[in-house]
Design a protein around this ligand. Structure first.
Ligand code: F6R
Length: 270
């Protein structure tokens, strides 16, 4: 029987500390289970996490050789070699810097001849690996996880999504202007994400404060797909002070992290 817990919120003093803690949670899971099936995300917030994991690989011998990874999403129309593709991002930020077997790293193929079949196959591959053990997540300003834009069905599966105007705006910085951002992406669905055994959401910076408060403490709504994480059996939200600043339960969250025995090894590392 699934042991439903709660959304856990951990607040670190700054963005570096938050990324370090997220990386440590991943590293702990990987050490406990070298065959970990790890779900990955891209974006600016994650760069620090991958930087930390690379350091742990170099300095502490963190071993990726037996693990497999599934990314949340990929732009439609971009080839793997395109510097804007998420495959390229992952190769640069993590895969080529650690001892992972590239054949065990999966992202949707945004150039597949039949995108519907590609989405179905992606789900089937995740199932063949026994599901995702730990899914790393960022959050967009519109509240998306993956590219599950507003009004994504809370039970949705991997599919093609048209990007919302706010997402196009948010991602324009990585392209040469907003009109260069692909209009569509393949993304795991909210339902796919909810099936992962554990979720780890990382958000940093005051510009994420409002959406984090809505995601964690607001009502569940398909307008903000991250609110669906409240239905998850185990979701850990790691934020810095900036992203935490609109949360109402701050004192309680701080006390849980300071006193719950399971966080001891993480408290003492910072
Ligand atoms: C990308 C993804 C997105 C990002 C989100 C935050 O794979 O899943 O949901 O995590 O858009 O992006 P940044 O970190 O750039 O603010």
């Amino acid at each position: 029987m699934v042991n439903f817990r709660r959304v856990e919120v951990i607040i670190r003093p700054d963005a570096d500390g938050a990324a370090r803690l997220a990386a440590r949670i991943i590293a702990r899971q990987l050490r406990d289970n070298p065959h970990l099936v790890l779900g990955l995300a891209t974006g600016r917030t994650m760069e620090c996490v991958y930087g930390q994991l690379v350091q742990m690989h170099r300095k502490e011998g963190l071993d990726f050789s037996l693990c497999s990874t599934f990314n949340l999403d990929e732009y439609v129309g971009l080839a793997a070699e395109d510097p804007h593709s998420y495959r390229h991002y992952m190769n640069e930020q993590l895969f080529r810097q650690v001892n992972i077997d590239r054949r065990n790293t999966y992202l949707p193929n945004g150039r597949a001849p039949d995108l519907e079949i590609e989405c179905r196959n992606y789900e089937a591959t995740i199932a063949r690996f026994g599901g995702i053990d730990l899914q790393l997540l960022g959050i967009g300003q519109a509240g998306h996880i993956g590219f599950n834009e507003p009004l994504s069905a809370l039970r949705s599966r991997t599919r093609v999504k048209a990007l919302a105007p706010l997402t196009l705006q948010q991602n324009a910085a990585s392209f040469a202007g907003m009109d260069q951002v692909p209009r569509r992406a393949i993304t795991m669905g909210v339902g796919t994400i909810l099936e992962c055994r554990r979720c780890l959401l990382l958000a940093t910076g005051a510009e994420k404060a409002e959406i984090i408060a809505q995601a964690v403490e607001g009502p569940i709504t398909s307008m903000i797909s991250a609110t669906a994480l409240q239905l998850h059996a185990r979701c850990t939200v790691v934020v810095d002070e900036g992203a935490a600043s609109r949360l109402e339960g701050l004192e309680y969250y701080r006390r849980l992290f300071a006193t719950e025995p399971e966080w001891e090894e993480f408290r003492n590392q910072d």
